[in-house]
Design a protein around this ligand. Sequence first.
Ligand code: ADP
Length: 766
Amino acid sequence: MSDHYVKVKVQLEQMKSSGEGAEKEDTDIIDDEVPVASPPASVSPIPASCTTAARRDASKTSVTGRNRSKSRRKLGKDERNTYTKQESDPAPQGTIVAANEGKPLNQIDNERQMLQIKEIGKILLGQTETNGNIVAPNQRPKEFKVGPHCKEDGNTVAKRRKPVTVDTSKAKTSLEALKLSIRHLKWKEFPVGRRSACDIYWHGVSFHDNDNILSGQVNKFPGMIEMLRKINLSRAVRTMQELFPEEYNFYPRSWILPEEYQLFSTQIRLTKNSDASLKPTFIVKPDGGSQGDGIYLIRDPSDLRVIAGSQTKQSVVQEYIHKPLLIDKLKFDIRLYVLVKSLEPLEIYIAKEGLARFCTEPYQEPSQKNLSHVFMHLTNYSLNVQSGNFIHSDSLSSGSKRTFSSVLYRLASKGVDIRKVWSDIISLVIKTIFALVPELKVYYMADIPPGKPGPTCFQILGFDILLMKNLKPVLLEVNANPSMRIEHEQKVSPGVFEYVPSPVDEEVKVGVIRDTLRLMDPAQGKSPASHPEQQQEEMLMEGGSPERRAGEEGGVLPSLFLKQVFPKYTKQFSYLRTVERIAALFLRFLGVKGNMRLGPTGFRTFIRNCKLSNSNLSMASVDILYIDITRRWSNMLPDSREAGMCLQAFVEAFFYLAQRRFKSLPLREQVVSLLEMCEGQLENHGVGGPGGSLPEDSTCSSRRSVSCSRTQPGRTHHPHHTSTAGQDLSAPQLCSPAALRRASSQDYRLRQRPRPPHTHKANVEN
Ligand code: ADP
């Protein structure tokens, strides 16, 4: 019996003996819908990390009450996207507006879709033995061993290699965890920057924290903050939902306010009319908000505050998931860390460990009486920590913040098929990133055009996921700057607070940062033997112990915390990269470096080179299509300072053209058919710009393998079409020659995309 197995057994027994009552309480959590158990031994715990042991004691810093509020604002909160953050709702913190009472609606499809991710149990939860049992992955050592006792020390390597250099001058709240990670790796830190180039630049907020980086690697992608604002994320996922409704049903139905208020009202009215017993609940989230700021629940569109005031506020209103999975009667969400290692080729890693953040008031389904109870409905750490019921715990498996693996243990002990939970989560993560990549590539090309010296990028993202009662994961949001703080504030006497290590945070976050650095080691690939991913695979294959593996610079590092999920599972998911192929066309015709918008000439060239114009689609109609869609999108993106057609507008135009040309097919096949046509034309004639390369694996054969099963009968237009949809371009609306001349004479290409103002805030705990 492996050590791991013994450990799991002991832990489960402890849980059983200490948690009889809790189990009873939980009987309603895991109901008949829950898939039958996999044996608890299949759970892969992430044992107490070496990081805690390796941690310094000197980190306790007392602050007086006077300093406290300042420190809190500056340091004590989660990181989220604060770029051009909107004003919070004037409602006092901790208050939610109540509205009409009734039975909530949840239209998220309860049907669970098991993705056939091959050997997922092996990869994330352990290794499968020939007899079918799952063996735990190798445990991580309690402490790093460095030096002469290492069997396979890396001194030879260390002598040959200069230490990797890391500029930490802009790391902000990640600094503590980053320092520890650099120390573990025996790399070299430059806390105040360096005159010559560093290998890695660690930014606390955005790609632009340090400008003029001409080489190395930066831990942020340009445009990630913008893409992960609530409205943009909703738009990006919605575009994918248009094409792949079943694959993207992990995101609650959402409407963008104020522009979709009418649509929202109408749809809800129709739903209620069809079944009077339905009393849905919605959650309203201000765009650019975080830590639960300005969030409130409503039960009817008329309760929207954004509409009531004269100042309409950009927000997302979303179906409220009213049946979350509960533990100890409490709602919780999961924070998972995901590394996007590169965009081209796309590489995604998921941390095997995450955080579970608990509410501090027992959950009840939303009703008129409890709509304003934030401690019951919102899982944000920053809110719940203010509740008297918040429990700081040194244990990883109790308290208001726990490790995700401790939650999995708990679920496994009750018979939950946690491999399926993991598999669904991985699938959610990959699909969400697919939705973001097209536009990220546009940002990337604008900031770091090919041929211009610049760094490469990677980024750790924080995925916030809710498990429904039936265990289906639901995406709440993605944080571009997840908190990497490993301390929390503790009151030592009245008015005096100190920052004390938070074992749960340290366990998870140091592991994530350290392994991210290991994966980004500039030497990786040069010396295959030192590639940590490979080491991990070898360990799994051989069943060897990571303690005996040499780490960087002769130390022994624990096995990797981060597991590759893409391209590992390329086959299952590549067909979803359709919008990325549209973005590749967009990039080809973008023209001038640094631009993010397509001018009318570029659009015409795209139509001509792809031979899309014919007797049914004159070039005049093309111009009108361009003007119509571009203008509408410009109104929807008021912040934009660049003229021309943005990627989303181009995608809409593309969908429209596909629908016109391939009338009888469902949208997804219309779009794929048009893509193949365009790509074929461009390949044949070698035309178009150098900009957009197609996503890897988007070969014609894989394109053709798109299933025809998910049709949308009766679908005639893209819902973004509020004015153009359904119109026949041969009878255009905007046919004024003056308007056309004006549009085509504008030389959008000469306008460089202005850099966004550097108003990002430091990361704060969410
Ligand atoms: P913020 O960025 O302000 O934290 P989130 O989108 O993460 O905004 O929402 C805050 C909290 O509200 C989440 O942590 C979760 O507990 C709850 N929540 C958000 N969306 C939903 C939803 N659709 N259904 C149920 N609860 C939700």
